[in-house]
Write a new protein. Sequence first.
Length: 96
Amino acid sequence: MRQFLKLLVGMALVPAIVSTGPGPSCDEWPGVDEAVVKKFAEKAGRPAREPFFDPPGDVLLFAFLLAGAGGGFVAGYQFRALFPPQAERARESSHV
């Protein structure tokens, strides 16, 4: 158990340490809305507009991260109910 906790802490610290170093400026890496969505909108002849909900920074990405983590936790917790073992499936389908 202690080895698992050490591994977990190490996995959490490595991205934090790596991301604190010097990196490219924000001008070099446009967001998906600017790089992809805007380009396709202009190709389709639609003008760019402000989004309905525009939180500051990467708050929206963080919300998607939390929703994905929550959904993954629930799916993992209910794994046996979602995907029963083969023996149970055979019993259920034969109606014996």
